[in-house]
Design a protein around this ligand. Structure first.
Ligand SMILES: [Zn+2]
Ligand SMILES: [Zn+2]
Length: 323
């Protein structure tokens, strides 16, 4: 039976790249140190109010608890749940996120997509009938990014923290390297990305932690997470480039432990900065419908929203007030 490297108690959690075993308590300390490193080293002191975007899945729940334990005493934290109107899924997720927010004594916010005149359930129906011309997951992704930013801006938060793990980030990284447009997104892929007018900063507290580690953290702390998967999530086959990259990197890591961590460190400390200096901030326009910053006009979210309204065959609305 392996023993915890710190206290010698029976250990059940292994961190392969460090060749270390931990008991539940010391695994949690290891995990929180990694999160603490992101906040201390990358997030400016001027960032005081942070909105933690939590979906109820393992990664965002781990991000929530580790953030609350690491910076709960010095930053003002709030929890944001985005109700996407996914039948039989959003309701269950909301109950779990609300429970965790209350347990941690943090303000609980809900941004309901219905305030924009549609739900992801509507979008899924339209996408399935082929009338949207794009998969529902891409619409959902655009909607989540837009809504979390707008909610943070309208409620005076300096930054939004998300539960993206090292696996997610390296997937975006390598996928982004394959196109000129993608390079611009890689330039912004650091543990902290500054904001601007009507643009909240972004924090990625799990930047140096894998999916497997966030699953272990949730288990070690007995945290309740959403049991069901999103009914619209694509099946394994054909899940796209980022999943292929993730599996390939896991394979490399098995044979060369620590490879992913090194990749993430050079991205955080060198590559993103070098690309940013070379490419500049890029042109930022304003969406003429909603007024939020975007590289296109109208912004991606307004275009989708108006198209869905048209297909749903009615619905008023021009850049309506946030719910
Ligand atoms: Zn221990
Ligand atoms: Zn817009």
């Amino acid at each position: 039976m392996p023993r915890c490297r710190v206290c010698g108690a029976p250990a059940s959690y292994r961190v392969p790249w460090a060749n270390a075993w931990f008991c539940p308590e010391h695994f949690s300390r290891y995990f929180e140190r990694k999160v603490s490193r992101v906040y201390e080293r990358y997030v400016p002191r001027s960032v005081e109010r942070i909105l933690l975007a939590v979906s109820g899945g393992k990664d965002s729940v781990a991000m929530l608890y580790a953030s609350a334990r690491v910076v709960g005493g010095e930053k003002e934290l709030g929890v944001l749940f985005i109700d996407l109107g996914i039948p039989g899924y959003s309701e269950e997720a909301r109950v779990i996120v609300e429970h965790h927010a209350h347990r941690l004594g943090l303000p609980f916010h809900v941004a309901d997509i219905r305030g924009y005149g549609f739900t992801i359930g509507d979008a899924a129906r339209l996408a399935a009938s082929g009338r949207l011309g794009r998969p529902v997951c891409s619409i959902c992704g655009v909607a989540k990014r837009y809504i979390m930013n707008r909610y943070a801006v309208e409620h005076g938060y300096d930054a939004v923290a998300t539960g993206h793990t090292m696996d997610d980030i390296l997937g975006f990284y390598l996928a982004g390297l394959s196109s000129r447009e993608g390079l611009r997104s890689v330039a912004k892929l650091s543990p902290y990305t500054g904001g601007g007018e009507k643009l909240a900063a972004r924090i990625r507290p799990l930047y140096f932690l894998t999916d497997a580690e966030s699953a272990m953290y949730v288990e070690a702390n007995g945290l309740e997470i959403l049991g069901s998967k999103c009914p619209f999530a694509p099946r394994r086959r054909g899940e796209g480039l980022r999943l292929t990259i993730k599996e390939a990197l896991e394979n490399i890591d098995r044979r060369h432990p620590g490879y992913r961590v090194m990749l993430a460190r050079t991205l955080a400390d060198h590559v993103s900065g070098i690309l940013y200096s070379a490419l500049g901030p890029g042109e930022t326009r304003r969406c003429s419908i909603c007024g939020y910053p975007s590289s296109t006009d109208p912004c991606g979210f307004c275009r989708i929203r108006l198209r869905i309204h048209r297909l749903l065959g009615e619905k008023q609305d021009t850049g309506s007030r946030h719910p």
